[in-house]
Design a protein around this ligand. Structure first.
Ligand code: UDP
Ligand code: MG
Length: 310
């Protein structure tokens, strides 16, 4: 069984060597116990880093033949970098793991075991989040809950630490969307799946490449590329508002035609106007969000461009 470990790296010069050392050690043990073949590889994907990341990958690859690398032509974001690695990597099974090793690579043997038992996709799931900041914990949990409520079947507390068999990766290749949200797409691929739990630790070194701004954009990406529920909410809201204003209209007509009380009120004119204005703008906003995605998908631009390969 030939394994390939895909590691997306964006400005990770501080952790790269340590990560590489640990992954190589793991490959050595797994090869020695016969769980994986000696042809197994590590594939670092440099996501257009501005620091020495690519130079490091090249020098590491020079020292050990088990290290390979892909350099993207510019920064395309975590998900695209990951996809580039997954779709380029060779091997019977591919594991993706972040460069900062927050995900415990000690779980990898268990993942391989699940694979031999017949699972095509093995999700790494965090059993605890003690090492994440409070903000990250709260926002992450809110995010998974929102996603599931909206009907996208994400695996709770599963990030992008997973094993995929060759046929699962080939199936993934057929998903041609431009707004890549792997956590949502991979469960759609199907095939037998399994879950392996692990404890998430601190970043080895360096700082997070996912500031709040990126987290929000990631969450928006996830929601809008997987769910039309927001659109349905608009329809629902629109219906409700229509019914209410219709009722009001009937009442106004009644007052006007059948009573002497009809002093046309300023409030009853202005309030609905403001209210409808607000609702319309809100609706336009959400529709624009989807239209934006549609536009991007229609253009079908390449999701990544590989500049070099070693
Ligand atoms: N990453 C990437 N491209 C980006 C941002 C991040 O390839 O534009 C990689 C990064 O090098 C790391 C992984 O994605 O291997 C996860 O990023 P990070 O650990 O900073 O996110 P966090 O764990 O804080 O959510
Ligand atoms: Mg991290």
């Amino acid at each position: 069984m030939q394994l390939c470990i895909v590691v997306p790296c964006y400005n990770e010069e501080e952790v790269l060597e340590e990560t590489c050392g640990r992954l190589l050690a793991l490959l050595t043990t797994l090869t020695a116990t016969g769980q994986i073949s000696p042809a197994s590889r590590i594939c670092f994907v440099d996501d257009g880093s501005a620091d020495r990341t690519w130079a490091l990958i090249e020098s590491l690859a020079g020292k050990d033949h088990r290290i390979t690398g892909i350099k993207l032509s510019c920064n395309r974001g975590h998900q695209n970098a990951l996809l580039a690695g997954l779709l380029t990597a060779e091997g019977d099974a591919i594991i993706s793991v972040d460069a900062d090793l927050q995900d415990d690579i000690g779980a990898i043997p268990k993942m391989i075991e699940q694979l031999t038992r017949g699972a095509d996709i093995v999700f790494g799931v965090r059993s605890r989040r003690d090492n994440d900041s409070v903000l990250k914990r709260i926002t992450a949990h809110a995010f998974y809950r929102l996603m599931n409520w909206l009907g996208a079947q994400t695996i709770y507390d599963h990030a992008d630490f997973r094993l995929m068999s060759r046929r699962a990766v080939e199936a993934l290749r057929q998903y041609r969307e431009v707004n890549v949200f792997l956590r949502g797409i991979v469960p759609l691929v199907g095939f037998p799946t399994a879950v392996v739990e692990y404890e998430r630790s601190q970043r080895l070194a360096g700082t997070t490449k996912y500031p709040l701004r990126m987290m929000i954009s990631f969450a928006l990406e996830g929601v809008t590329s997987f769910s039309v529920v927001p659109l349905r909410i608009i329809t629902f809201m629109g219906t409700l508002v229509f019914l209410i204003t219709f009722g009001l209209g009937v009442w106004v007509l009644y007052v006007r035609l059948f009573t002497d009380l009809a002093v046309p009120g300023w409030a009853s004119t202005m309030l609905p106007m403001f209210f409808l204005g607000g609702v319309q703008i809100l609706c336009l906003g959400v529709m624009g969000e989807y239209l934006g995605r549609l536009y991007q998908e229609m253009k079908a631009r390449p999701r990544y461009i590989i500049e070099k390969k070693i």
